[in-house]
Design a protein around this ligand. Structure first.
Ligand code: FAD
Length: 321
C-alpha cells in the first residue's frame, strides 16, 4: 500500500484543526496515511497520540521557527522533504486558502500534477482518481493526472470514515528558514472575532438563515437554534447583502463551502449558487413556508412552515432532551 501524505493544519494555539480526521480518512481510502505536521520546535510530540487515534500510520513532525505564522513555505518544505524520503502515491491538503496555496507551490517545486476540491478519492491500480462536485453540484466529474505523485486538495468534511487507530512511527525533521525567500515583516490584525460557536469551515453542524428571516434582529433565531445544536452559523448571500449577518457567514458559490453532518436551512429558497456551497452535507433539513422552494429538492427532511413558528418549537424540543 503506498504512502499518502496528509498535511495536517494546526490552529494558532497549536492544536489540531477539525479538518484532521477528514483528511486522514481521505488518505486511508487510498493508501497508508502519513500525517505531516509543521510545528514550533518541541511542540509536535503532544499531537502524535491523537494523530494515531485518527488513523495516521506515520507522523512526520517538521519543526520550524516560522510555524504558526502566515507563511506557508515551511509546509511546502516539509512536504517536499517527505516526498523525497517516503515516495508517496499522493499528497493531500485541505481545500482551504492555506491548503491550496501549499498544494500549488508544492506542485511547482516537485513537478507534480494537482487536482483541487475533491469530495471523494479512490485507487485504480496505481492510479488515484478524484471525484469533484461541479457547476453548483449539477455534475459529478472525476479527474486524475499522469505520473505520480498526485497532489489533491480535499473538501473539508467531505470524506469521513472510521479510523484504524495506530501507534504511529514518528520522524522528526528540522526545517531551516531562509529569510531571503520569505519572512514575516509585520502582522496586522484589524478584526478580532470572539465567539464560542464552532467556525463555519469544517463544522460538523451548520444552521443557516436566509432572506426569509427578515431583519438582523430576527436573524437571532438562527443563532438560537445554532446554540441549541452546538452548530456554526451560516447564511445565504441575500441575508448577507441585506446586512442580517457578516459576509464571513456566507455559504455558497461566492462564500464558504461546507460539508457538515447536518445542515439546517431556515428561510432559504435553495438557489443553485447557495446549493453549490452546501449540498454535499450528509443530512439537509429545510424549513420554508413555500412548499415549492427548490431547497426541498435536495433536503432529506423538509418542514413547510413559518420559521418563527417552527424553530422555537424545535429549540424547546432540543432543550427538553
Ligand atoms: P430568497 O431566494 O429570497 O428566499 C427566501 C426564502 O425564504 C423563500 O423561499 C421564502 O419562501 C422563504 N421565507 C420567507 N419568509 C419565511 C418565513 N417566515 N418562514 C419560512 N420561510 C420563509 N447565494 C448564496 O446563498 N451564496 C452564494 O455564494 C451566492 N453566490 C452568488 C453568485 C452569483 C454570481 C450570483 C448571480 C448569485 C449568487 N447568490 C448566492 C445569490 C443566489 O442566486 C440567491 O439570490 C440567494 O441564494 C437567495 O438567498 P435566499 O434563499 O436567502 O433568498
Amino acid at each position: 500500500m503506498s504512502n499518502i501524505l496528509a498535511l495536517i493544519e494546526v490552529s494558532s494555539n497549536g492544536d489540531l484543526r477539525d479538518s484532521t480526521s477528514s483528511l486522514l480518512a481521505a488518505a486511508a481510502r487510498i493508501g497508508s496515511p502519513v500525517a505531516v505536521v509543521v510545528t514550533r520546535p518541541g511542540a509536535g510530540s503532544a499531537l502524535v497520540e491523537r494523530l494515531g487515534n485518527l488513523g495516521a500510520a506515520q507522523v512526520v513532525l517538521a519543526e520550524s521557527d516560522q510555524a504558526g505564522t502566515l507563511l506557508v513555505t515551511p509546509q511546502v518544505d516539509a512536504l517536499a522533504a517527505a516526498v523525497s524520503t517516503l515516495a508517496p502515491g499522493a499528497i493531500l491538503t485541505v481545500n482551504s486558502v492555506e491548503g491550496r496555496d501549499v498544494a500549488a507551490r508544492l506542485g511547482v517545486r516537485i513537478g507534480a500534477g494537482l487536482v483541487i476540491d475533491a469530495v471523494n478519492l479512490r485507487s485504480e491500480g496505481l492510479t488515484i482518481v478524484a471525484t469533484h462536485s461541479v457547476f453548483g453540484g449539477a455534475y459529478t466529474v472525476e479527474s486524475t493526472v499522469q505520473g505520480r505523485p498526485l497532489i489533491v486538495t480535499v473538501r473539508e468534511g467531505a470524506i469521513e470514515g472510521p479510523a484504524d487507530a495506530a501507534v504511529p512511527v514518528v520522524t522528526t525533521v528540522s526545517l531551516t528558514s531562509d529569510a531571503r525567500n520569505s519572512a514575516v515583516i509585520d502582522e496586522v490584525i484589524d478584526l478580532v472575532v470572539t465567539s464560542t460557536r464552532p467556525g463555519l469551515r469544517g463544522a460538523t453542524r451548520v444552521v443557516s438563515g436566509g432572506r426569509g428571516l427578515g431583519s438582523p434582529e430576527k436573524f437571532a433565531l438562527v443563532d438560537q437554534l445554532a446554540d441549541a445544536l452546538g452548530a456554526a452559523v451560516g447564511a445565504s448571500r441575500a441575508a448577507v447583502d441585506a446586512g442580517f449577518v457578516g459576509q464571513t457567514c456566507q455559504v455558497g458559490q461566492t462564500g464558504v463551502t461546507v460539508s457538515p453532518q447536518l445542515y439546517v436551512a431556515l428561510g432559504i429558497s435553495g438557489a443553485i449558487q447557495h446549493r453549490a456551497g452546501m449540498q454535499t452535507a450528509k443530512t439537509i433539513v429545510a424549513i420554508n413556508k413555500d412548499a415549492d422552494a427548490p431547497i426541498f429538492d435536495i433536503a432529506d427532511f423538509g418542514i413547510v412552515g413559518d420559521v418563527f413558528t417552527v424553530v422555537p418549537q424545535l429549540i424547546a424540543a432540543i432543550e427538553s432532551r
